[in-house]
Write a protein that binds this ligand. Structure first.
Ligand code: AMP
Length: 361
């Protein structure tokens, strides 16, 4: 188990939202509602301003406005409140906009989702009812896929592009129907996507933009075979982006085979932990670990700070949870989540921690 102990100010607890369930867990399958044509509101004049700035000082700032984005894309970025690109966005978006294949080393929280969605929107531009999806995003887990779709809806709201999720668990019929509706973008977990492709005889000829998101986890979760199967179905003339926190040898080989002369985007800063965190390695006998954890929570982590504890399996989670509950006020309340937990309970528990009703998750 690891303890990430915030040293300085409280940080948004990023982990629970992305420590996610395997695709077999359950499912969500959905397609966007048609794009709202309303929002021609407060932000449109801001977009006009940004666009005119873009024309005036094209290459100067390195901001979103200097990337040459269409108004519909820039407006979505602005609506999300993004003003300055994150480092990974600053490096990866221009390369992707040039049509290059990109291997980007980026962690959750780096802004990687927008780094591949912004060029995706710019490339697809607008809804096309012509048969076949033009963009495919592969995610290791259902929850990451759902989150990516949420980003798609928010960031791409002014493009009118339609997005479908093809995830493990839901009825195949529903997913066939979704694919028949000709989404522009498909966000999928690999196992179910291959299944749908095989059953529907999908050729994927129309796909021109592919993203392997959290590619190291895709492989860790054993999707290697499915990924190769998908690669085999994709047309040669496509743009491929691969995002991964780490680049093990297997992944480098996969990138060599599946990407065409990719540019590696790697930020040194990405390998460092944030200044607000302290990292420590504690050595103790295996049977003493629960005691060590209790000691840390009771005596070392300041009372006004929360703690996130990661465990290997849900059984470990349940064991520690009962232990921490037993410790009562000495620990300051604990809650827990894991992928097989009922989704409603998972939400409630995560919310408890986010609202600081539990000190430990
Ligand atoms: P991600 O690494 O894609 O999961 O993004 C982490 C968080 O950063 C998300 O909440 C995004 O909405 C947010 N984010 C991404 N890009 C930007 C940006 N340029 N400015 C501010 N927030 C951003």
């Amino acid at each position: 188990m690891n303890i990430m102990k915030p040293k300085g100010k409280k940080k948004k607890p990023a982990a629970p939202k992305k420590k996610v369930a395997p695709e077999q867990d359950s499912e969500v399958t959905s397609i966007n509602p048609p794009m709202p044509e309303d929002d021609a509101d407060e932000d449109s004049s801001a977009v006009r301003q940004m666009l005119s700035k873009q024309n005036k000082k094209k290459k100067k700032s390195g901001g979103f406005q200097s990337m040459g984005l269409d108004a519909s894309v820039l407006r979505g970025v602005l609506k999300c409140g993004y003003r300055v690109p994150t480092p990974i966005q600053r490096k990866a978006i221009p390369l992707a906009l040039e049509g290059r294949d990109v291997v980007a080393m980026a962690r959750t929280g780096s802004g990687k989702t927008a780094a591949f969605l912004v060029p995706l929107f710019q490339r697809l531009k607008a809804r096309s009812a012509r048969a076949g999806a033009r963009a495919l995003v592969l995610s290791p887990t259902k929850e990451l896929a759902v989150q990516t779709r949420k980003f798609c809806l928010q960031l791409g709201r002014f493009t009118g592009l339609r997005t479908a999720c093809v995830l493990g668990g839901e009825s195949m019929e529903r997913q066939f129907a979704l694919m028949h509706e000709n989404p522009d973008i498909v966000i999928a977990t690999p196992g179910r996507f291959v299944h749908v492709c095989v059953e529907m005889g999908l050729k994927l000829d129309s796909v021109e933009y592919v993203v392997f998101d959290e590619a190291d986890r895709l492989f860790e979760m054993g999707f290697g075979e499915q990924l190769r199967e998908i690669l085999g179905r994709l047309p040669g003339a496509r743009q491929t982006l691969l995002f991964s926190a780490t680049l093990p040898k297997l992944l480098v080989e996969f990138a060599r085979a599946g990407l065409s002369d990719p540019t590696l985007v790697r930020l040194d800063v990405e390998t460092k932990i944030p200044e607000t965190l302290r990292l420590a390695f504690l050595r103790c006998r295996p049977e003493a670990r629960p005691h060590a954890l209790l000691h840390l929570l009771e005596r070392v982590v300041p009372r006004d700070q929360q703690a996130v504890v990661f465990c290997a399996t849900r059984h470990h989670v349940e064991y520690l949870q009962s232990l921490l509950q037993g410790a009562g006020e000495a620990v300051g309340g604990s809650t827990y989540i894991y992928s097989h937990l009922d989704p409603a309970a998972r939400k409630i528990n995560a919310a408890k921690f986010a609202a600081k009703k539990s000190r430990v998750i």
